[in-house]
Design a protein. Sequence first.
Length: 311
Amino acid sequence: MSSERFRGRKIEIESANPVNYHQLVSAPGEMPKVTIDGQLFLPVKRGGAVPLVIVVPGSLSVAPSHLAHAETLNALGFASFVLDPFGGRGVTSTVANQTQFSFAASACDVMLAVRALAALPEIDARRIGLQGHSRGGSAVLSAVMRKLNSRILPNGPQVRAVLAAYPWCGHQPLDPDVGGCEVRVLIGDQDDWVSPQQAQGFVQAIRLRGAAASIRIFAGAEHSFDREEPVHAIPEAAVSPAAPTAYLADDGAFIHPATGVADPALVDRDLAVYALKAGYGQKGATIGTSGAQAQAFRDDMKAFFARTLGG
């Protein structure tokens, strides 16, 4: 916590571990169950139900920067919920191995957190936002895709706004319908974990589908440029930012980039192995901030949620 006065309330979320998006979409009853949790922070001054932003961490799990964002959002009059996708699964980091649980499971966590938190009396279910970082950015984008969330959020996503910070966009539905949600992506042009170009393509596809979507590319910024720590290398990171996109059919099945065929049996590891064999894998990547980058991130975050959730 950043201070004694900034205290959260632990809330458990009954989530699941789908093996892939096909199971999430087409056979949700077969998903193994898992209990995760997070901390809910409410603004000190509030009158009735308040807007909520769910903050979803990346591969390094919950960091001081995520708690700082939660406190900043509280100061705007919003509730914030910092999700911990790792503890309940016995995982500490996915930096060296992203296949310890599926990206579909990460999206499922967010969907079920939305459903659980929207039912709380303190929360205005009409004004929910998502903010995800890195792998968490992938999760919040997937969580509002109508082709992926229709079984868990059958009445449409109770989400008005999504801020995806430097998200990996290697999994994308063929139909990127996000309903009435507004999407914004923040990413650095020096990011060596994920592809800014792939993120641009995803945002444009969402925009062409009819939603409000935008992207801001920060010149000179590395991955995790909102963290208050100097730029440094993570030598154990296993990344493949230039690998081709794996699209998802309407039933959630991966379409293999090399065959163009949708296969319900494909899982994240199959696509990761393909990327490695095709020469896209690399070891080591960089995170951190310099200059005024972290403040610029916070200013953009505050302006986005004030506009989309404040009214």
